[in-house]
Design a protein around this ligand. Sequence first.
Ligand SMILES: *[C@@H]1O[C@H](CO)[C@@H](O)[C@H](O)[C@H]1NC(C)=O
Ligand SMILES: *[C@@H]1O[C@H](CO)[C@@H](O)[C@H](O)[C@H]1NC(C)=O
Ligand SMILES: [Zn+2]
Length: 447
Amino acid sequence: MFVVSLCLYFGVWVSSARGLEFRYHNSIEVEQYLKTVNRNHPEFTHLHSIGKSVEGRDLWVLILGKHPREHKTGIPEFKYVGNMHGNEVIGRVLLLQLIDHLTKGYLTDPLVTRLLNSTRVHILPSMNPDGFEAADRNCLYSQGRFNKNGVDLNRNFPDAFSSSEEQEPEKEVQAVMNWLNSEAFVLSANLHGGAVVASYPYDNSNGGGELQGGASISPDNDVFIHLAKNYSFTHNSMHKSDSCYDSLSFTDGITNGYHWYRLPGGMQDYNYVWHQCLEITLELSCCKYPPERELPGLWQDNKAALLAYMQQVHLGVKGQVMDSNGNPLPNAVVEVEGRHNLCPFRTDRNGEYYRLLLPGKYTIKVVFPGHKTHIESISVPYGPDKFSALTHNIYLQRSDSNTVNSVTQPAPLCTSQVLNSKENSGRALLPAHLTVILALAIHRLLW
Ligand SMILES: *[C@@H]1O[C@H](CO)[C@@H](O)[C@H](O)[C@H]1NC(C)=O
Ligand SMILES: *[C@@H]1O[C@H](CO)[C@@H](O)[C@H](O)[C@H]1NC(C)=O
Ligand SMILES: [Zn+2]
């Protein structure tokens, strides 16, 4: 009976006991596969659609983890996004293979088990299913790159550095923006093809203080370089920086996004600036649409790196900010000295914060209206080995007068939106981007 139903469920997918076939699955097959996985593993997977493409295809996200249906305090939210450019198909293939590996390994493979017990993993194999269906199997050309409306989704996000009029977000981009509002993601990667390199923020600049030596440097540059190197050095060859078709080679297989080429409206800057989710862009194959016979090798090249990168979600420090009665405080600013983030990091709707930091000593400052500013020096160990960042809860004392904060602290940026949007009760601030652009202008004056 068990064998029969296994065959029914997996018959289409499995060529042998080895697992999911190494070939390109179309959107209908991907949907069937994800539904089958979810049906077979309801205890540690959850499947939902975050929206629809222009042509009406669902943008399916599979969540894997010990508590797949809801966030749990202390368990960070991680995501992978593939196939944003419809003709760059390697991410889509790798993410389906990763799902296969994770579902087979849970409670049998120690690394997979520890990962899924400590992390809630969200996987969007295809952000641009319409583009995928329209793509030709060409290595270089771009038929299928755009969505159905001919828009490049990785140029379509609100951009903190662009002064020009923003375009309306496409349906696929809007779906991702809503998704970012609904979960407090901590770490992410966006999988592309056409080069082999790990690229990190910023992708854009408008010539302010972030522009240094031709690169656009973020306040968390050290962490981003660490994350990008973790991928490139765990990958079989990325760190060797063999160039693809052009003569470009990347030292250690990593690059600052802007240093490579300026990219306005990209997804990684949007994740980082507005949502405090550190995202890097992984370019994983010279050929955008590799021949199917190369897929097993590409999976072997990336498998360990995809797993190691997920484990990096446990860098740094995490915890809850609470009042003296132990009530969690949402939207408290949690600032690390020396890191002037364009939008400050804030606690989420559960009063939780997650700060990815390399091991070392840091001074953190926590600010919440009506409470005394909390400043504390902490030693941060290396968390990934233990599958947990340092847990550090912070209790704030009420201040005697409301004026204390305004004296000790210049008004944090992006704050007014949060304070004004109580009906939004929750998840750290999502300011209208126009207001942020204003805030950025002020920011430059201040720092
Ligand atoms: C992971 O969680 C499961 C379910 O609670 C538990 O049975 C298992 O022992 C845990 N394994 C590890 C390695 O944490
Ligand atoms: C990458 O990260 C994993 C854990 O996330 C760690 O075990 C490994 O040593 C790291 N590798 C490099 C080259 O940084
Ligand atoms: Zn791309």
